[in-house]
Design a protein around this ligand. Structure first.
Ligand code: UD1
Length: 369
């Protein structure tokens, strides 16, 4: 039996560990999975995800919370180290690119415990992005690199990572999406916010590069206020973004537009909301992938993406943050009534957790040594 610590800390982690945990439980004696929540996100950014995704309460909650990068990362490392020493897992599985990912990978690898990185190899090539640093470092120390798309395999090979450490397993976040579509159809969030399928847009923004800079953020808000003249825009607001709206005095401007700010939503309600949208405007990584699978037009308000397959195969358009460009691209997207043609990328098929477990159960020499 392989003892596995599954690490989750921030909102985009929960839907990635849920299918892996469930698959490990399904396989009975093969795995003993335990969940570690670092506490990077808490309250509305965390709690409902456990109930929505059917994940049990974490076996360990490190309770680290918010802080500067150094304080947060160091806090997680300090709290996680005794857990690894005590539990002696066969594997530590980290997902994504948040501070919890690198913190726990670093602790495990230095204690001689094997690390598997789910969603390895994605690169925005923008080192000003904290996630890009987390990705590069996590990939360089992990024993097993589990990728969602073949461009990630190419990126890892170019960084000198041996081929036997890299496995293309597909996108486990899409396992969660496909599994919960049916139950999401029972959510009444559209009625609650007063929108009708196909007649509204959804916006999410939280990247420091977009919301922490007053000029950039004000420009984006001006542009989406204009877009909202054409259709209502529902905007669930991340706490970081909420603070910046207040700080930069944008509340009045937004209130006099057709943008509707709401609290962050749980997984199921949010799926119901974006799956009925005419258009999504976002700087999220996961949403670029989710809209690709559902064929919803997505405008990414960033200068780069680590998920190029959502552009080459999916519905994603990389717009950047120039307000003029946002207005023009949104107008183009809204004037085209036909749903964009999208292909679902290879192995985004709802079976990635099974392939991840297959690789983790291989004999040590194969699965990362
Ligand atoms: C983190 C991830 C980012 C991911 C995002 C998803 C890193 C470096 N960044 O960014 O990759 O896309 O999560 O949401 O790991 N806060 C709360 N409640 C919470 C969490 C945060 O109020 O539950 C506030 C705090 O003021 C905190 C700020 O939001 O300082 C930012 O939180 P933090 O976890 O540092 O980064 P995110 O911007 O959420």
């Amino acid at each position: 039996m392989k003892k596995v610590l599954l690490i989750a800390g921030a909102r985009p982690n929960f839907m990635k560990i849920a299918p892996i945990y469930a698959e490990m439980r399904r396989r009975g004696d093969e795995f003993a999975p335990m969940i570690v929540h670092t506490g990077q996100h808490y309250g509305a950014m965390s709690d409902s995800f456990f109930s929505d995704l059917g994940i049990p309460q974490p076996d360990f909650n490190l309770g680290v919370g918010s802080g500067s990068h150094a304080v947060q990362t160091a806090g997680m490392m300090t709290e996680f180290e005794p857990v690894v020493i005590r539990e002696k897992p066969d594997w530590v599985v980290v997902v994504g690119d948040v501070n919890s990912t690198i913190a726990c990978a670093l602790v495990a690898v230095k204690l001689g415990v094997k690390v598997a990185h789910v969603e390895a190899g994605l690169r925005s090539r923008d080192r000003a992005m904290p996630e890009e640093i987390n990705r590069i470092l996590t990939d360089s120390i992990s024993d097993l690199l589990l990728t969602t798309s073949q461009d990630a395999d190419v990126n890892l090979a170019a960084e000198g990572i041996p081929a036997e450490k890299i496995r293309f397993v597909g996108n486990v976040m899409i396992d969660s999406l496909l599994e919960h579509l049916k139950v999401a159809a029972t959510s009444n969030i559209r009625e609650t916010v007063g929108v009708v399928e196909g007649e509204y847009a959804v916006c999410t923004l939280h990247r420091p590069s977009n919301v922490d800079n007053e000029t950039t953020f004000t420009g984006i808000i001006d542009a989406i206020c204009d877009v909202s003249q054409q259709l209502p825009i529902i905007f669930p607001v991340h706490p970081r973004t909420r603070a910046k709206i207040d700080e930069f005095g944008l509340t009045h401007k937004i209130a006099s537009s057709k943008i509707r700010l709401i609290e962050p939503l749980g997984y199921i309600d949010f799926m119901r909301l974006y799956s009925g949208a005419r258009l999504v405007l976002t700087d999220s990584g996961g949403l670029q992938e989710e809209t690709t699978v559902l064929g919803i037009p997505c405008l990414t308000l960033r200068e780069n993406t680590e998920r190029p397959v959502t552009i080459t195969m999916g519905t994603n358009v990389l717009v950047g943050t120039d307000p003029k460009k946002i207005r023009i691209t949104a107008n183009e997207a809204l004037s085209d009534r036909a749903k964009p043609e999208a292909k679902v990328p290879p192995l985004w098929d709802g079976k990635a957790a099974g392939r991840i477990c297959d690789v983790l159960s291989e004999p040590p020499a194969v699965a990362g040594g």
